[in-house]
Design a protein around this ligand. Structure first.
Ligand SMILES: Nc1ncnc2c1ncn2[C@@H]1O[C@H](COP(=O)(O)OP(=O)(O)O)[C@@H](O)[C@H]1O
Ligand SMILES: [Mg+2]
Length: 430
């Protein structure tokens, strides 16, 4: 430590300690029990930046250093963070930077703690370390523990920042409540508009691709493309089912009648259930406002969002979906999209390796055979060729064959009907 720096650090500590001689002496009277109110937002931000800089889980994720990340860790609103950050910047305790996070779309504004700020943070850290914390355990017993011990009872991150955020109004740390809340977040899933469970055959390679993507948690976006009826929705459902109860899951199947308000509304419900109470969508929210709100709420959620059947023609619904994709991708969540063709925004993301495309081709012959057991060998071979392994078309054809004389070859009219059905499916009319 240079002398000049040491002098500045000392004056910084003095600045922060001077205003609360009253409270400090009260603290002494109170046998040094930890009191949340003794720490300002500014101090808690410095403490948080110190702690997130050293925690190993954040090494390649500067998300905790963004405004949203700080707000989340402290349990306060983002606009309070930005106000406090301005002051801290003027005082030279933090500085602004931008960072590009692996798997994220744009560079993000982050705050870095300066050497002077670190000196203040160390002082705060030391002061907390000397206090006792009242802890209420699962059997509702209250006991006092040194702060360093109490902190270990938290779920990760076991930081003083998290501990301060978890204290109730009477400065009691309710360990059981804090854990129960976390559990709840993990189990929530909202599945809206998905088809009922149906038999699923084949697609081992494709399923493995989607599951591996879910396990690796990157890249943030996967788009399953392919013609109508090829099996995008059932494949996505099959892959997502294994996640339920382990990660927050939001599934929404878009229908021709879906409105942008409806999609935004159910998203809002989902996030409210996850405890992101500050997130409500006002009717007049523009798409930009929605994007900002989403981004602030999605941080650290680790959720999977599935947008099934993104239709090109529903532009405003597409805008909400796109806002969700951007926000979720920027905050470490994953988004699975099914669509007949790659959405416009997808091409750029693919180029930046933020998006993986899985193009679904026809289903293998054995699996198709199991979809249409009513057809005899000859009928089936013909149907398989005509439908080029499209399960929906094979289903339709087999239902059709059921009503007609089976065992005979398709007539020219029947084939024409098949082509007609095919044309209808491939068009955007439903
Ligand atoms: N691998 C499969 N095994 C069994 N049935 C399938 C399979 N793939 C698709 N199907 C059936 O084909 C129909 C169309 O599938 P769907 O997933 O809705 O297609 P898409 O979403 O691509 O339009 C559904 O009735 C579905 O149950
Ligand atoms: Mg579908």
């Amino acid at each position: 430590m240079t002398q000049r720096f040491a002098a500045r650090a000392v004056s910084a500590i003095a600045f922060y300690s001077a205003r609360r001689i009253d409270s400090l002496s009260k603290m002494a009277r109170d046998e040094s029990r930890l009191d949340k109110r003794l720490f300002t937002v500014n101090e808690r931000i410095l403490l948080h930046l110190k702690e997130s800089g050293s925690a190993s889980h954040t090494i390649d994720i500067p998300a905790p250093m963004t405004q949203d990340g700080i707000a989340n860790a402290l349990g306060i609103l983002v606009n309070h963070v930005s106000r406090a950050a301005k002051t801290l910047q003027k005082q030279g305790f933090i500085r602004e930077a931008t960072a590009r996070v692996k798997g994220e779309i744009r560079r993000r504004k982050i705050y870095l703690i300066t050497a002077e700020g670190m000196a203040v943070a160390n002082n705060i850290y030391g002061r907390i370390g000397e206090t006792l914390v009242s802890v209420r355990d699962s059997r509702q017993r209250l006991r006092e523990l040194p702060a360093g011990e109490a902190r270990k009872l938290l779920l990760p991150p076991r930081t003083y920042t998290a501990m301060l955020a978890a204290l109730d109004e009477r400065n009691v740390l309710d360990v059981f409540k804090a854990k129960a809340k976390k559990k709840e977040v993990e189990a929530v899933s909202h599945i809206i508009g998905a088809p009922a469970e149906a038999p699923f055959h084949g697609r081992a390679d494709e399923l493995k691709k989607v599951r591996t993507w879910l396990q690796l948690k990157k890249p943030p976006v996967m788009v399953i493309t392919g013609t109508r009826g090829i099996g995008k929705t059932v494949l996505a459902l099959q892959a997502v089912a294994s996640l339920e109860g382990r990660r927050p899951v939001f599934w929404f199947s878009i229908k021709p009648a879906t409105t942008a308000d409806r999609l935004a509304g159910v998203l809002s419900d989902f996030l409210r259930e996850l405890g992101k109470v500050e997130f409500t969508i006002e009717e007049h929210d523009g798409i930009e406002e929605l994007g900002k709100k989403l981004e602030a709420s999605l941080i650290d959620l680790g959720a999977l969002f599935a947008i099934d059947d993104l239709l090109g023609e529903l532009e405003d619904v597409g805008d909400v979906a796109h806002a969700l994709v951007e926000a979720a991708a920027a905050t470490g969540n994953q988004i699975l999209v099914t669509a007949r063709t790659m959405p416009r925004w997808g091409r750029g993301m693919k180029g930046q390796q933020l998006l993986e495309e899985l193009q679904l081709r026809g289903l293998d012959k054995d699996s198709c055979r199991r979809i249409a057991p009513q057809l005899d060998e000859q009928e089936f071979s013909k149907a398989y060729r005509l439908a080029r392994g499209n399960p929906l078309e094979i289903k339709l054809l087999s239902e059709y064959a059921d009503e007609e004389i089976s065992g005979e070859e398709l007539t020219a009219e029947e084939r024409a009907l098949m082509r007609y059905l095919k044309a209808v499916h491939e068009s955007d009319v439903r």
